[in-house]
Design a protein around this ligand. Structure first.
Ligand code: ZN
Length: 162
């Protein structure tokens, strides 16, 4: 079940749902490994079954985005390739590759924190789930935890430049 007893972040008025809290913690872990800080969590019927962070450098794999790794881990843990009864929580608007994987996985609900005007493919760019040809459109909720998610990214890129 969602843990709503955690303390709210200073920047937000309400406590974050536990999966987003964990996705943000995973994003911070990505930054510690030198990868762009994005974290993802898959919840199956109220239980977290996968937590991953963006790791292309560590995996030597350009497709090792947080969402892809979390979807793979969840599908493996559940022993199924369709995740209709799963929710994906991710700290950044998914890119086209990940949005495609979300459609293929038939993810039930997508929650993402920060919008990504440059690389996002949900409310920006190709708007994949709005296309008539999309395989599947999850329920989509955005904005929960966006200040913290955007702050992690901002700090990461500021450090790269310094
Ligand atoms: Zn992606």
């Amino acid at each position: 079940m969602l843990d709503i007893t955690r303390k709210p972040m200073p920047s937000s008025r309400w406590p974050l749902p536990d999966p987003m809290r964990r996705a943000l913690d995973a994003a911070a872990e990505a930054a510690r490994t030198g990868a762009v800080p994005v974290g993802a969590v898959v919840v199956h019927r109220g239980r977290i079954v996968a937590t991953s962070y963006n790791a292309p450098p560590g995996h030597h794999d350009p497709s090792a985005h947080a969402e892809i790794l979390a979807i793979r881990a969840a599908a493996s843990a559940l022993g199924q390739d369709r995740l209709e009864d799963c929710d994906l929580w991710v700290t950044l608007e998914p890119c086209a590759m990940c949005a495609g994987a979300i459609a293929h996985a038939r993810i039930g609900r997508l929650y993402y924190a920060a919008a990504d005007p440059k690389g996002g493919a949900v409310e920006h760019g190709p708007r994949l789930f709005d296309q008539a040809t999309t395989l599947h459109r999850p329920e989509i909720y955005s904005g929960l935890g966006e200040d913290e998610a955007a702050g992690l990214l901002k700090d990461f890129f500021a450090r790269l430049r310094s």
